[in-house]
Design a protein around this ligand. Structure first.
Ligand code: URA
Length: 238
């Protein structure tokens, strides 16, 4: 890749700023000062030094975000803030994107990465990666719903979902609401809401707790994010 791209992706500034950095003769590749922004560099094999310090370049970035309601899980939107607006400018230089979609009113775990291979693996319909949600439901969720979810639910458009594991956490007979956890293996549009709709109930609140092996860090406030740990990344890839 070009040295100016590598430097910009490492958070050292815009392409223009990086060009000036190169002009100031402080960038070396394998001990040779480079000034031309077009110079090719291989981050895996070449050593890049900035003012005598070695650049620690990471090709891929992985962030875990606790998505709040009101933001869109896309990279751009004309009307609303997107999940990328919640990241520091220095964390978007490597162009991470959200892995999968959450509705605007859904909260919880959102993985953001520029690792296309991992994204594909997690989203591939063939892989059936588990997604676990907590939800508050309008209506009393019953054992018969649990059985229906286990069998697969026929949605309004006649699509039959894969089996889903539904656990009833609590029911409030007075308010006529229920708290549940549900694990689905697909990621159809509005899937959890449509599954409950099919059994005559509405989702009042929805939060994703996990995706595959990746669990939402309970320390993360709504809207906050952190880098995934090496272990989390390795587990997701395995
Ligand atoms: N299912 C839904 O209905 N909405 C989401 O955001 C995620 C799963």
């Amino acid at each position: 890749m070009r040295i100016d791209k590598l430097l910009a992706h490492s958070g050292l500034g815009t392409r223009r700023e990086v060009k000036n950095l190169l002009k100031s003769s402080i960038i070396e590749i394998n001990g040779v000062i480079v000034k031309d922004p077009k110079t090719q560099v291989d981050p895996d094999t070449d050593t890049v030094m900035i003012g005598g310090e070695e650049l620690d370049y990471q090709e891929f970035v992985y962030f875990m975000l606790n998505k709040p309601a009101g933001v869109i899980s896309a990279t751009e939107d004309d009307m609303h803030d997107t999940v990328l607006d919640l990241l520091e400018p220095s964390d978007i230089v490597q162009e991470p994107h959200p892995v999968g979609r959450l509705d605007i009113d859904t909260e919880g775990l959102m993985l953001l990465t520029n690792d296309g291979k991992l994204t594909h693996k997690l989203l591939s319909p063939k892989r059936h990666v588990d997604k676990k949600y907590f939800a508050e439901i309008e209506g009393i969720v019953t054992e018969s719903d649990v059985i229906e979810f286990e069998k697969g639910i026929t949605l309004a458009d006649d699509y039959v979902t894969m089996p889903a594991k539904l656990s009833i956490l609590s029911v409030d007979e007075v308010e006529q609401t229920s708290k549940i956890e549900v694990t689905i293996q697909e990621g159809k549009f509005h899937q959890v809401k449509r599954m409950f709709h099919a059994v005559g109930k509405d989702v009042l609140y929805l939060k994703r707790l996990s995706m595959g092996s990746l669990e939402l860090d309970p320390q993360l406030e709504l809207g906050a994010y952190r880098e995934c740990t090496k272990e989390e990344i390795a587990q997701l890839k395995s």
